[in-house]
Design a protein around this ligand. Structure first.
Ligand code: ZN
Length: 346
């Protein structure tokens, strides 16, 4: 791949689709939109921020003087218990109430940090909240799936830098998880093993794309990555939901998340934008022994200040074209320090 580049198609076993890796064209000229670093440092507290402790939100509710992680019902929910009953749609269309619960999770009272700059005990608290929320919301009869996620950076539409994520507890199962369920079940039936467990093993044996490993968790840029710096953070013990992880495993997950997000930020010495989502099995009361929960980071940048555009292949056709080889981007991340650039010299 050195010099010549890589040009092939790779099968994405969890999504059951092909990814075109066309890394031989990486240096083709680019005259499109770029993304600014936005390096100005925010204050630890911002009086105009609706997520900072003690501030009043648009709903009129006031945030408590929280010390660690703080969860509240989204003031502008996309799914909610107060969603109206819609008028029925004519055949062949269907509709229904946007039932469910949307919550906001403030990761830290500090306005100006990110997960990458938080301590392992603090990130473990965030993991604990994800576990508790998944368990609690999943118990509700109208909730069939719990999606915990974080949008980070203005390029993925986040206007407020206060570190926070969201939780959508929905009456439907999100499509990506639905596709993974089908693929995992088929693999389980054919081989008698978990698909993601087999992917973990293959990544550990290859080693070129590994970013973090300890007794309980492994993280890597997968062989079939769709985004340049896509990362899977996977518990070694297969569990369908994160609340099944024990305390050691949850702490290990936090360590892996810290390592990955520090490597991201250190790559180009900038807050690295991404969409991070916890992929978990449905909470519809069925058992999913074949499903293996994991954390998926999907960063939209493929070079500093350069967005991965979704265009003809992705939006038009539904398959991804990657301009970078996962082995190359993983090597770049492996070379980064595990001390955050903002914390050096402290
Ligand atoms: Zn804030």
């Amino acid at each position: 791949m050195n010099g010549i580049g890589m040009w092939e198609e790779r099968w994405h076993p969890l999504r059951q689709e092909w990814v075109i890796v066309a890394a031989h064209r990486q240096n083709r000229p680019w005259i499109g939109q770029t993304v600014s670093h936005g390096a100005a440092l925010d204050p630890v507290y911002d009086a105009t921020c609706y997520l900072c402790p003690g501030n009043t939100r648009v709903s009129g509710q006031t945030n408590p003087a929280y010390q660690s992680v703080y969860v509240f019902d989204n003031d502008h929910p996309c799914v909610g218990i107060h969603a109206p009953e819609p008028q029925s749609a004519p055949f062949p269309f269907r509709n229904r109430r946007a039932d469910g619960i949307a919550r906001v999770v403030c990761f830290s009272p500090a306005h100006n940090v990110t997960l990458a700059e938080m301590s392992v005990p603090h990130i473990t608290d965030v993991v604990g909240v994800w576990q508790q929320q998944t368990f609690d919301l999943g118990q509700r009869p109208e909730v069939n799936h719990v999606l915990c996620f974080e949008n980070k950076g203005s390029v993925v539409g986040v206007s407020n830098p206060h570190p926070h994520g969201q939780i959508y507890a929905t009456n439907f199962v999100f499509k990506s998880v639905e596709i993974e369920l089908e693929a995992s079940k088929a693999h389980w039936n054919e081989y008698g093993r978990g698909l993601l467990a087999d992917i973990n093993t293959a990544e550990q044996q290859d080693g070129r794309r590994l970013l973090y490993e300890d007794a309980h968790t492994v993280a890597y840029v997968p062989y079939f990555a769709r985004y340049a710096y896509e990362v899977y953070v996977v518990p070694k013990r297969p569990v369908a939901h994160f609340h099944q992880l024990n305390a050691d495993e949850a702490e290990s997950l936090a360590k892996a998340i810290q390592a990955v997000t520090i490597r991201f930020d250190n790559l180009w010495q900038m807050p690295f934008p991404y969409v991070m989502a916890l992929h978990q099995a449905p909470t519809d009361g069925s058992a999913y022994p074949f499903y293996h929960a994991f954390v998926l980071f999907q960063p939209p940048l493929r070079r500093p200040e350069l967005l991965k555009y979704l265009a003809g292949p992705e939006i038009g056709g539904g398959n991804f074209l990657s301009d970078t080889a996962p082995e190359v981007t993983a090597a770049q991340l492996q070379e980064t320090s595990l001390i955050h650039y903002r914390n050096r010299g402290k």
